[in-house]
Design a protein around this ligand. Structure first.
Ligand code: ATP
Length: 660
């Protein structure tokens, strides 16, 4: 045994034997308590050097399956936390309630040290097995703990700093622990705060998913905090009795245990009756309503989410829970505008309210429409999307309504069902609705009003049961004023309007990056981005929004030389205004072309990023001999979007003017 291990063992024993010395030795009480348990209860030798115990593969698979729901939610938060701590040599770890390591996100620089310390799937990190440590000790203490260097009980772990926090279910039972462990010299003060925030996010998301079939009252004393990690949430049965509460809900109500609230009528907690709350927040308005706590008189703001589907039997979280969070909840990572959109959409899910999505190209309108569909009772039914801008005007009618055999020249001899018919029972997503030909708008309106459809060429009307979600990037009010969009159709399609924020306005870009990188990476690759690169991504304008971000990350992942991405992995057109440290073999890496073309339109000059985008687009157009369809397909955007870009970026085909 090394001298250092011997000294550590002596110090541990002497502190345990004279607890009085704990504070003077700089050891917090949690640590002392843990050391006492380790020495007296578990009879662990501080100098123990055995390899960590690892459960068999079959047992690990079973433990993972039991926590599948928590794990699915935790994965996103782990990726997010990992990015926040990127470059600090941390591994992010999820264990079950017995301290068995289920999931691991490791910093490449730390992988060797981590496996040496036993940070690997299946390893048992309970306090009984590994002595005082972030994971095991937070599970015993039932609260977040930091275990820094020689606060570890076993001498073999004193090279580590760990920050662990337990994850609770709605019954107040611990189901798992989240931990960030790293090499001590890189340890950060705020790590425990970040871990604790991630745990809160996981608990909230799991709760919202677990009780999505019930009423959920989300509340906070500031309305803008509803949808964030500090909101309180209560699940209610159809009579208004509390089924469960989040930890934040208990905290805000000044209560200690779920038992103090479960089974009580909501009117015993707030000055509102259940029907009154449902009425005011679900039926009448889509805004948080003021409610007052009965016990303290404190003012809160609350919104009620209606049940998503049929009520299902309740099981504790640690048993079977849905393997994934509700799809809508997975669309945002803390951005306030997106959280509001998700909240509003969730509340109208089963109410047959038509939703109109507004947003620039690539902000995720179709993805949002799909998540809406997946979150509601139509989830198992068809989701049919039609891009009104991408289909030639002459074909939209047959695409939408279908036709009977021989209805027109060139029609298939068997006839064809239209998209409306294909969507029957499910959702029809009308993308770029502003581009729907005027004559067709009246026909679509009639179908939506009468809820029957007659195929082109005639026949018996078919009853239609569809939910319609539509999207547009254009100002429909202006189109109505210009007489190119029907006002009656507008009001039929716009039960509520949700504006998806452009990426440059979103506050959760780093978490989105972590999420997309995890999705775009091979299963066993752990790809990280350094802080300068993340800061550079935050400074971009993102005219193509999430689509552009995903394509960029996909390309960077595909072309990477190492799993740790830096600004050197950024394509030159994204580097304008960014100081890129020189690499020895990077000398001829060119910076984005200068903005010489801004002279094209002196009244509306392009900024350096737009200029870079213009150069890139121009290159693509030239490469494909100005074939708009090919370039649009290559870039994953609609032809209309490409035309708009070409116009905005003042691009002209020298041979033939583009029909913009
Ligand atoms: N929440 C999200 N998380 C990660 N990626 C997303 C998200 N939303 C959208 N994306 C990515 O952005 C791409 C564009 O999304 P989508 O097609 O929904 O945008 P859109 O607003 O409908 O675009 P357009 O107006 O050009 O049709 C998607 O393919 C997806 O890869």
């Amino acid at each position: 045994m090394s001298d250092c291990a011997v000294d550590h063992g002596r110090r541990v024993r002497s502190i345990v034997q004279s607890r009085v010395g704990a504070d003077t030795a700089g050891t917090s009480n949690q640590i002392t308590r843990s050391w006492i348990r380790c020495l007296h209860d578990y009879q662990l030798d501080p100098g123990k050097r055995d390899e960590p115990e690892v459960v068999a593969a079959g047992e690990l698979a079973e433990r993972r399956a039991r926590l599948a729901g928590v794990q699915a939610v935790a994965k996103v938060e782990m990726a997010n936390l990992y990015q926040q701590l990127a470059g600090s040599g941390y591994a992010i770890v999820l264990t079950d309630a017995e301290g068995v390591l289920l999931d691991y996100f490791g910093d490449p620089g730390f992988t060797h040290a981590a496996s040496h310390s036993g940070l690997m799937p299946g390893a048992v990190w309970s306090e009984r097995a590994q002595g005082t440590n972030g994971m095991g000790t937070c599970l015993v203490e039932r609260r977040p703990v930091t275990v820094h260097q020689d606060e570890h009980y076993l001498a073999r772990h004193i090279g580590l700093s760990c920050a662990g926090a337990p994850i609770f279910d709605h019954e107040g039972e611990i189901v798992a622990a989240l931990d960030a462990s790293g090499e001590s010299r890189l340890a950060q003060q705020h790590t425990l705060a970040l871990v604790t925030m991630s745990v809160q996010m996981i608990e909230n998301r799991v709760f919202l998913d677990r009780f999505r079939h019930d009423y959920i009252l989300r509340f906070h004393n500031r309305p803008e905090f509803i949808g964030t990690l500090s909101e309180g949430a209560l699940a209610l049965d159809p009579t208004g009795k509390v089924l469960a509460a989040t930890r934040c809900a208990l905290f805000q109500l000044g209560l200690a245990k779920p038992a103090e609230v479960v089974g009580r009528d909501i009117s015993e907690l707030f000055n509102s009756s259940f029907p009154g709350l449902v009425d005011s927040t679900v039926k009448k308005a889509f805004h948080a309503v003021p409610i007052f706590g009965i016990r303290t008189g404190a003012r809160f703001f609350g919104v009620m989410l209606p049940p998503v589907r049929a009520v299902m039997p309740h099981q504790p979280l640690r048993d079977a829970i849905a393997p994934t969070a509700a799809p809508l909840e997975r669309l945002h990572f803390g951005d306030a505008a997106m959280a509001r959109n998700v909240r509003t959409a969730s509340r109208v899910l089963e109410r047959n309210v038509a939703i109109m999505l507004l947003g620039e190209t690539g902000t995720g309108k179709e993805v949002f429409a799909q998540a809406l569909h997946q979150s509601g009772s139509r989830a198992g039914k068809p989701f049919v999307a039609i891009n009104c801008a991408a289909i030639p005007e002459t074909l939209i009618e047959s695409e939408l309504f279908g036709y009977r055999a021989g209805a027109f020249t060139g029609a298939s001899k068997d006839g064809q069902h239209g998209k409306l018919y294909q969507a029957n029972g499910g959702t029809l997503f009308l993308d770029e609705i502003g581009d729907m030909p005027y004559a067709l708008q009246a026909r679509l309106l009639r179908v939506l009003e009468e809820r029957t459809i007659v195929p082109l060429g005639g026949g018996t009307p078919v009853p239609l049961d569809i939910h319609v979600t539509s999207a547009t990037h254009c100002d429909l009010q202006q189109k109505i004023a210009e007489g190119t969009f029907r006002e009656d159709l507008f009001y039929r399609l716009q039960g509520i309007t949700l504006r998806l924020p452009p990426l440059r306005e979103r506050s959760d870009l780093r978490a989105l990056v972590a999420h997309i990188v995890a999705e775009e990476s091979d299963e066993d690759a752990v790809i990280t981005l350094d802080d300068t690169l993340l800061a550079a991504l935050e400074r971009q304008r993102w005219p193509g929004n999430l689509r552009q971000l995903r394509h960029l990350l996909r390309a960077m992942i595909a072309l990477r030389e190492a799993d740790h991405l830096t600004v050197h992995d950024l394509p030159p057109e994204y580097r304008t205004g960014i100081v890129v440290p020189e690499l020895e073999d990077d000398a001829d890496d060119d910076v984005a072309p200068a903005a010489a073309d801004t002279a094209l339109n002196p009244l509306n000059p392009l900024n350096p990023l737009e200029s870079a985008e213009r150069d890139a687009l121009l290159r693509e157009l030239q490469r494909h001999s100005w074939n708009i369809s090919t370039v649009a397909r290559q870039l994953g955007m609609s032809r209309n979007t490409l035309y708009r870009k070409v116009e905005r970026l003042h691009i002209r085909n020298p041979g033939k003017p583009l029909p913009c």
